[in-house]
Design a protein around this ligand. Structure first.
Ligand code: HEC
Length: 161
């Protein structure tokens, strides 16, 4: 499975099975959950009809909880919503960002949802975004990632696989 997922519901199986992330199998994770001291009881509380935690229940539970995890609202978004002010340095940064970055990293999610080559690499070990539902316009383009709360992440851009 590719490292970039295009829908939130596909994020957990990708994170579980991707060799660069948990490098597990869904079956092994289910075995661990079913043997765990607390999870079987918690799942039973959420799904009274359940005897064993199975893939559909696990994914359903994850799909329901993930959208509830709200990351902090970035100062730029608060500013755009008219609910906060920026320091002089932040305002200059926003101007620079609008001038140099916002053609691709645009809108509230800081992505135009398109594909582009950010020009950092000249050698490409893999086809970017394999299996992407959108035809790749040119070789070595990559999905423009959201930069929302980028400072809270530690993994940037593609890594050779
Ligand atoms: C031509 C379109 C384009 C422009 C303009 C652009 N980017 Fe990007 N950016 C991308 C693409 C495509 C990627 C993904 C590259 C990859 O995964 O190899 C990316 C990745 C990133 C990432 C890594 C994010 C992550 O989660 O992996 C950061 C940070 C970033 N850009 C910041 C900027 C900044 C700051 C500017 C302006 C100085 C900028 N970008 C201008 C297309 C663009």
């Amino acid at each position: 499975m590719g490292r970039r997922v295009i829908h939130l519901d596909f994020a957990p199986p990708n994170a579980i099975e991707n060799p660069l992330e948990m490098d597990e199998t869904l079956e092994a994770v289910l075995r661990k959950l079913n043997r765990h001291g607390s999870y079987p009881g918690l799942f039973k509380k959420a799904f009274p009809e359940l005897d064993t935690i199975t893939t559909p229940y696990l994914l359903y539970a994850l799909s329901n909880t993930r959208p509830c995890w709200f990351p902090p609202v970035p100062p730029t978004i608060r500013y755009q919503l008219g609910k906060g002010s920026l320091t002089e340095e932040e305002r200059q940064g926003l101007d620079l960002f609008k001038a140099k970055c916002a053609t691709c990293h645009s809108g509230a999610l800081f992505t135009n949802q398109d594909y582009a080559n950010n020009g950092l690499d000249t050698v490409f070990p893999d086809r970017a975004a394999p299996g992407s539902p959108k035809a790749m316009p040119t070789w070595a383009n990559s999905k423009v990632p959201s930069l929302r709360n980028v400072a809270h992440r530690t993994l940037y851009a593609r890594r050779p696989v």
